[in-house]
Design a protein around this ligand. Structure first.
Ligand code: SAM
Length: 279
């Protein structure tokens, strides 16, 4: 009878020397996800594996050998305080994006009125839903060009039991409906030429249209900032995630050139500018 501990050890040994990074952590996530057990249980319990368990685990580890992100193998990602469905084809939420949620929370904490919050490029809906859970009395709209992203965001909304949140399958460049009090966006911000130098597990698995604008990385910022007054109400703000690259300087000059709104940067835990507030 094979025990889980021994199975795990042998898979980790086989993964050593491959290009897969953080082997132990990723292997643990796969096993915990399959057995729905805590990390502590994983090390304490001697779980015997049935033939069916082994078949299932083998298939998960075969995907890890291909350097597929664990979030696409399990189909879920933890973000802020919740778990979100993230099937392959939907952008995996990154921990650094939690800063955008914190900035939105700071803004909304100062308001007593019911506001309209719009999230462009919503993906799994992780940003919008995390905020809607904290402030259920506002009106929330999320847009994405990907139909799969919108279907996934809607499933995530249902599983969190949130009302007042609507998702639409729409290109943000064509959006000309109502204005927002708070407009959020974590857009595709890599330049096309940066794609080749990405880590293989990102380049091969995250949807390309979530990573790059297929130009120099500034298209979304240019559009949003130049249309600030059409998209945002008086006294409203925009919060945009920004990359740590030359794009940051471009965003500042785009803002100066178009409407000279005030702007403020927020830094991530590494001290890098990660969010820009335009107001
Ligand atoms: C970097 S991901 C962000 C997803 C999510 N907001 C997050 O932070 O995890 C960018 C998203 O933009 C969407 N997207 C790309 N081009 C778009 C467009 N023109 N209009 C609307 N959504 C777009 C992609 O489908 C992808 O879901």
């Amino acid at each position: 009878m094979t025990l889980l501990k021994d199975y795990l050890k042998s898979q980790i040994l086989k993964l050593e020397g491959t290009k897969v990074q953080e082997i132990q952590a990723k292997s643990n996530i796969l096993v915990q996800n399959y057995f729905k057990i805590s990390k502590a249980d994983l090390h304490i319990k001697d779980i015997p594996l049935s033939a069916k368990d082994i078949t299932h685990l083998d298939s998960m580890f075969a995907q890890l050998f291909q350097n597929k992100p664990v979030q696409y193998i399990t189909g879920e990602t933890y973000f802020y305080n919740d778990k979100f469905l993230t099937p392959p084809g939907v952008f995996i939420p990154r921990p650094e994006t939690e800063l955008l949620v914190d900035c939105a929370v700071e803004f909304l904490s100062q308001s007593k009125n019911s506001l309209k919050i719009i999230d462009f490029c919503t993906g799994s809906g992780c940003i919008l839903l995390s905020i809607a859970k904290k402030f259920p009395n506002h009106e929330y709209i999320g847009l994405d060009k990907s139909e799969l992203a919108i279907k996934t965001a809607e499933k995530n909304r249902k599983s969190l039991g949130l009302k007042n949140v609507q998702f639409f399958n729409q290109d943000i460049f064509e959006y000309n409906q109502s204005k927002a009090d708070l407009l959020l966006c974590n857009p595709p911000y890599l330049a096309k030429h940066e794609i080749d130098s990405l880590e293989q597990s990102v380049r091969d698995y995250d949807p390309l249209s979530a990573l790059t604008d297929f130009k120099n990385g500034t298209s979304f910022y240019k559009h949003l900032i130049s249309n600030f007054n059409k998209l945002v109400k008086t006294n409203g703000i925009m919060l945009l995630e920004i990359p740590f690259s030359a794009v940051t300087d471009n965003i500042i000059s785009i803002n100066k050139n178009f409407n000279a709104n005030k702007s403020l940067f927020y830094k991530d835990l590494e001290g890098k500018n990660r969010v820009i507030k335009i107001y």
